[in-house]
Structure formats: C-alpha cells, structure tokens
Design a protein around this ligand. Structure first.
Ligand SMILES: Cc1ncc(COP(=O)(O)O)c(C=O)c1O
Length: 480
C-alpha cells in the first residue's frame, strides 16, 4: 500500500505549504525575533500522545502555521544578529523541497551519480570562490564542527608517527595541535573524540587584534618538541567566532613548513570573504593550507546544514576514511566512480549539494561577493554608530562583519559594567525587537553582533542601537 496521494492532491498540498512559506517571508519585518515563551509553554503547546490515527493534511498544515511558525526564533529575519547565523535564501528553499522528493543517498556513486558529482563540483566552486586549489577534494558535512573534526582526523592520520588505523594512538608519544586562544570550541571536542586529549591542544595567546602570536606559537612548538612530544598540526583561524579576526595565514603556513606540521585553516565563517575587495588581503596564504573548512551555511547564504571540508591532497582524505565491507564493495570494472563514503565519516548522506549549486548558479559569484562586501559595510556602519555615541564602547577591531561593543555610560567599575551588560543581553532577548548574543572580550562582557544576512538594512541597525541604548539606560537607572 503506497503512502502517496494522486498528483492533483499532491500539487494542492504543495500550494498550501507554499502559502505558509510565503506568508512567513512577509512576517519577517513585523514579528518579534524571539517569542519570549518559556520551555514549559513550548512543551505545553506541542505535547500530545503518539497519534494512532491519520490527520488530514490541510489541518496538519494549519497546525504548522499555528504552532510551529509562531514559535520559531526568527533567525532568517533582518533583526537577528546572534551567533553566526545566515538567513538562507529562497532559491535554496526550492532546492530543499526537490531534495526531499528525490531522496538521494550520497553514500556511493551508483546510489546517486548526480549528487556525488554535484558535491564534487560545488566543492571545486567553493575552493575557487575562496582562492584554494581546485585540485583539492571537498565534502559537504553538517557544519563547521564536523568539518573541523573531519580535517583533524586527516591531520592525525597523515602526521601520526605510527599507523593509527589498526594500533590506535597508543604507540605514539602525545601528539600536539596548536590554535589561538580564540580558536573555536570544535577543536577541543575533536581533540577529545580523536583520543588526542584536550590538554594537548595548545592555546596560543593572541595580539591586540586577536590574531595568533606567531612567536609564541613557534616557541610552544619548540618547547613541546624538546619535551619529547609530537607536534602534528597548527590551525589558523580565518574569521574568529568572537571578533572575526583573521590570523596571519602566511606566517602560520611558514611555521608548518618549518616544523613539518599539517596546516589547517578554519575559515568556517570568514572563508567566503577571501576574494572580496577590501577584505582579501587578510586571507593571503589560505591557498597554502593542507585543509580548509568553509561553511556554505554561513556566509554563502545557504540554509542549514552545509559545512564544507577541503583537503589539498585527495588521497589523504581517502586514506583516512576508506573502509569497504562486502556489502559496500565497489564495481571495479566501472572506473572513474567516486564513492563519497570513502572521503568522510558518514555513510548515508543527504543531497546537500543541490541547495549550494542552485544558490551559486541563481546569484553568481559576483553578486554573492557583493552581498558579502555589503555585510562588511553594515558592520562598519554599526562601528560608526558605536564610536559616535558616548554611552557605547567598541570592544574589539572589526576586520569582517562582527562587532563587539558594550553599553558604558562612564564612571562604572568593570564588574558593574559586566553585570549591567549581561542584564542588557537578557532583556534584549525578552524584548524581542532585535536579537543578539554576548561574549567575553579580554574577560569583559560584550554585546556581539554578526551581519551575514542580506535582509538586514540600515534601519535595522539603527533600531538595534536604539534598543541597546533604551534598555541600557533603563537598567542603569534601576541600578541606582
Ligand atoms: C570559526 C568557526 N569554526 C567552526 C564553527 C562551527 O561551525 P558549525 O556551527 O557549523 O558547527 C564556527 C561556528 O560559528 C565558527 O565560527
């Protein structure tokens, strides 16, 4: 018995679902960014026993409208500035529907020739977009954390002094990896899960611009070598999560060459800016990396999930991940087939490349670069607004599209300022007109704003400033 309905009925469903999607776009500007509902309220809204009987699809879509769309955080909207969150794009919405309908499994070439070859093609395009060799091999994964894990697994496999596939890491002295203090937490997780140990991830201090201190990097490598440890990899960050700082990529490359280390660049966020006028000089040296992570679901405006891992020598990727049991044997007579399961951890994998391909084709590289340049301009605009207001203080340089600042009316101790700004972050969330997140800059609380959504315009940024000042002044008065 099929679960399908007639083609006429199916088209009606698509029409109805289409109306829901379109109405969501209309609400971007007027709805609250965060609903303010409590966990108990959301649980109460959703809670019901496992349904035994079918529900009519019209009423199911109504329920989606009433319960789901009214309870989202509007991260695709123009006034969401939290974390590093893109708003997706409408062309990719079409791709996602088509992807679900064809349900291709990207494990082997013959299980989906087109998704395999499209993934290889879009990763070559992504490489070209950021100025990395297109002879590299790339895979699409769920996000930057998994992609960093993937690349660190390759680094460990290739640079370990023993054959770790069978023996594990037990025959080696501890292997050390280097990243700045501003490196992403996915590296701590990867060190833990790869059995390398978090304490062997050496966090190197940064300079005033939050870029890795090259002298201290080299000194730490020397110290570790002298202590009988085995340095295997150094990571440069091209767009840190906190402030958007880009490490000196040429200098880290040189150190890696000198000490025979794997050179990884985490460009999960910043990578797409690598060939954008006004930013490109920062990225000189990215082409020297052994591996690079760059996320289409961040600054290429593709909806979640699409993280990309590029490895310069395709054999290194295959050597790390190829495991072929009988039930997955390849047909050796059919040369030229690439089975993606040999290039990454997942076996079953969805057809992520379709939304990346449709996005890049629909807008073109030039338009995408223009949007990235415009996001950088938005950050510069907020920077001006901050610098010209005596109640606001800039907390870090703004090399890309992240701005860290705080409410500071003057005359307050650091601890009081931290407590005030923590309260401002909480209050802005429940106010709901804009959404931002916080971080620590040199140990002090900062409001952190990221621009990677082309829907954001100057009025949204002015509103952001107005809300911060309004809430800041209200909470400051309450204090005294
Ligand atoms: C520099 C950097 N690396 C890695 C990641 C992790 O990416 P994801 O959230 O896609 O796992 C992030 C996330 O913001 C990031 O900023």
């Amino acid at each position: 018995m099929s679960l399908d309905v007639s083609s006429k009925q199916f088209k009606r469903w698509i029409d109805e679902a289409g109306k829901l999607v379109a109405s969501h776009y209309q609400q971007h500007s007027d709805s609250k960014v965060f609903t303010g509902k409590s966990p108990a309220e959301v649980q109460e809204l959703l809670n019901e026993p496992l349904p035994d009987d079918p529900q009519n699809i019209g009423s199911l879509l109504d329920e989606v409208g009433e319960k789901i769309l009214t309870t989202i955080t509007n991260s695709a909207g123009p006034r969401y500035f939290g974390y590093i969150t893109g708003g997706g794009n409408q062309v990719a919405v079409l791709a996602e529907m088509i992807k679900a309908s064809i349900n291709q499994n990207n494990l082997k070439w013959h299980s989906s020739p087109v998704s395999t070859e499209l993934e290889r093609l879009v990763m070559r395009w992504v490489a070209k977009f950021i100025g990395y060799p297109t002879s590299s091999a790339g895979v699409l994964l769920s996000g930057g954390s998994v992609a960093n894990f993937n690349c660190l697994a390759v680094a460990r496999k290739i640079k370990a002094p023993v054959d770790i596939s069978d023996e594990g890491i037990y025959g080696s002295q501890p292997m050390t990896v280097y990243v700045s203090e501003e490196g992403h937490s996915s590296f701590d997780k990867a060190m833990d899960m790869l059995g390398l140990g978090k304490k062997y991830l050496r966090k190197i201090p940064v300079d005033d611009d939050f870029r890795i201190d090259i002298e201290q990097l080299e000194e730490q490598i020397r110290t570790d070598k002298n202590a009988g440890l085995q340095p295997i990899c150094a990571i440069a960050v091209a767009g840190t999560t906190n402030t958007g700082a880009v490490d000196d990529l040429d200098a880290v490359a040189e150190i890696c060459q000198r000490y025979d280390l794997w050179y990884h660049v985490d460009a999960a966020y910043g990578g797409p800016a690598a060939k954008v006028e006004g930013a490109k000089d920062l990225f000189s040296g990215i082409e020297k990396a052994d591996s690079v992570v760059v996320n289409p679901h961040k600054w290429l405006y593709v909806p979640f999930e699409a993280g990309g891992a590029l490895v310069k020598n395709p054999d290194h990727l295959r050597k790390t991940f190829s495991t072929i049991p009988d039930y997955l044997k390849s047909d050796e007579e059919n040369g030229g087939r690439t089975d993606l399961m040999e290039y990454n951890l997942p076996l079953t994998k969805e057809f992520k490349a379709l939304k990346v391909w449709m996005t890049i084709k629909a807008f073109g590289a030039t338009r995408l670069r223009d949007e990235i340049a415009s996001d950088i301009d938005k950050a510069k605009y907020l920077l001006e607004l901050v610098e010209s207001d005596q109640n606001l203080e800039l907390m870090a340089p703004v090399p890309l599209s992240i701005v860290c600042f705080r409410y500071n009316p003057g005359g307050m101790e650091e601890s009081a300022l931290n407590s005030l700004n923590n309260k401002i972050i909480r209050e802005i969330e429940s106010d709901g007109r804009v959404f931002l997140t916080g971080t620590k800059i040199n140990g002090e609380t900062a409001l952190r704003v990221c621009f990677i959504n082309p829907r954001t315009n100057k009025e949204d940024i002015q509103l952001l400033k107005k809300v911060v000042l309004e809430i800041g002044s209200k909470l400051e008065k309450k204090r005294v």
